[in-house]
Design a protein around this ligand. Sequence first.
Ligand code: BGC
Length: 733
Amino acid sequence: MKLSFKILLTLTLVITVVFGQHLKDVEIEVKVNDLLRQMTFAEKVGQMTLFSGTNKRYEQMIREGKIGSLLNVIGMEENNRIQKIAIEESRLGIPLVIGLDVIHGYRTIFPIPLAASASWDTVLIRRAAEIAAKEAASAGIHWTFAPMVDIARDARWGRIAEGAGEDPFLGSAVSRAQVLGFQGEDLADPLTLLACAKHYVGYGAAEGGRDYNTVDFSERTLREIYLPSFRAAVDAGVGTLMSAFNEIGGVPASANQFTLRNILKEEWGFDGFVVSDWNSIGELVAHGIAKDRLEAGVKGLTAGIDMDMEGRCYTTDMEALVADGTLLEELIDDAVRRILRMKFKLGLFEHSYIDENLQKGLILHQDHIQTALELARESIVLLKNEDGVLPLNRKELNTIALIGPLADDKDAPLGTWRCEGKREDVITVYEGLKNKFGNDVKIIYAKGCDVKNNSRSEFNKALKAARKADIVVMVMGESADMSGEAASRANLNLPGVQAELINAIAETKKPVVLVLMNGRPLTLSNVESKVTAIVESWHLGIQHGNAVADVLTGDYNPSGKLTVTFPRSAGQIPIYYNHKNTGRPGDPDTKFSSKYIDLPSSPLYPFGYGLSYTKFKYSDIKVLNNRLLSTDELVVSANVKNTGKRAGDEVVQLYIRDIVGSVTRPVKELKGFQRVALEAGEQKTVQFRVSVQELSFYDSDMKYTVEPGNFSVMIGGNSVEVLTTDFKVVSLK
Ligand code: BGC
């Protein structure tokens, strides 16, 4: 009796929620259509226009209904002021959507996305996005141009810093977490942001890693590598997508009907809107597929781009084309509908202005700073730790020489796209160590050299400091402007004379701990053997110094794992773990095999790699059932034991390999991961459940399917050191 009452109650709740939502959606559609009917052509293309910043001319255009959205307008008061013009002075009073690149925090700056992905902690990544949304929304922002979910297999590409690395499975998990974090439960909540998955699609595959460059790959690679993280965003309910700058096999992504209309809008049923990247429609002229902006606009719109960012291609000139039948008015109406729908979902018609009280106490709230610290700590990857030199032994330590151009730098930790982040909020490594040690340990600081220039004039001071110390900590790497947009590099070595300084300091025979700060994998072959330990700290945001100090002292046991392969040399690029086997798999002893004659083919540090101050031992990999139907679930487990003397977290990774297929398959594919906390001496059985459907791929007929046959399944702490067993997918026939 009691139970059936409970069931009834649950059912009623479910019906109310589902139908309530449905009712809301229907109401929105009615309002959208009602508004659309009243709009002139100019007002329609106005809604499809996004401009950056404000000025008198834009204000007038807003009054005339010729601009529907803005980006880069900063500050709550300014946003409210400009919104007031749209609401009170334009004919239809349609509110503006105001966008900004809130990439890894608004004022509380978190680790850059590549760093955050190294935490493999989607719960914390989601929380960081939620906080970024809160801070930005309280300042009048409605829309962020994030997450960047581009898969990147090329460390030369500067924008690798903005994504989650090279793997589509992890990339999808991070994409989902970020979308849910930014958008929350309800877009109408004043403290959430509309998210924008970008850059659709293939931007990370730019030839030579040079930003904006040509892209050419097969449909299979598109679907298996570059699309899944976008699909994950769409499935998580992302409201918008941004089309990319690059071409794909001759068709620019911003004029690509196949990817935008056929796949995104038809196949996936995406009902949000697509915005172009900055002038990416206008650039169709330079790509050479449109003779002028008008033709570019027609191509962009026909392909499926609903809003033109700074391209000035969606204009009233299009009206004549509609009249002569070159352009379908339905395309315009569909685009406007999508944009208005989002404005209603954001609740902008009901709550157009930001309540100034929202911001009070929210920006840089103590909880936000604490989350920034937690994520920064988890993002750090310990790459090398010879003789257990780390953690630093506080009892025996008298003097540290802290050397390097980034040791006391308040800019680099903010990384690329720092939004409203301020240098004054940043804790440097020097400050972090001073906070940690107080007067217990003497720290002699010497900059030693700059990041980029070649002056050696401060080498001597650094050498003197090193000679006086028990241990040397060197903080080296890239300044913030060396990664991100338009910051591709052909050489991935430490820039300037930094490597030379490391070599000079190593001559003192003092143990050297190299703390790296960078927005991409670096090639470290020329310094790796000279230093005792390497701590990859990326650009970690405002808590950089405290996080590094926690790791160096062992107050936090590092647990991050690389989400991108570190090559030995830029000449190995592209290099990624989920490569194909080839017909002549690399074998150092076989001449006619796929390899280099001057360098091993293996990376310096593989995908998934990262050390801890304790050791984890894997044993006993088991599949519950080694014959599975395509409707079954693979259940696989292994024991993981902390065999060291301190507690630690381990990111346990699951890979599979489809041994024989109708098309070639990667040697490994990530299909699961879990962050597991283990006390010293503790052992846990880590179990993964993967539905056999998740082993699907595009077969020789481009059908997405699981093919019966043999599979290997691997569990380990990185993509190379794994335990392996196997199973079979059988067909009913
Ligand atoms: C970038 C986008 C960014 C946009 C707006 C473009 O140059 O490629 O990622 O969202 O500018 O700032």
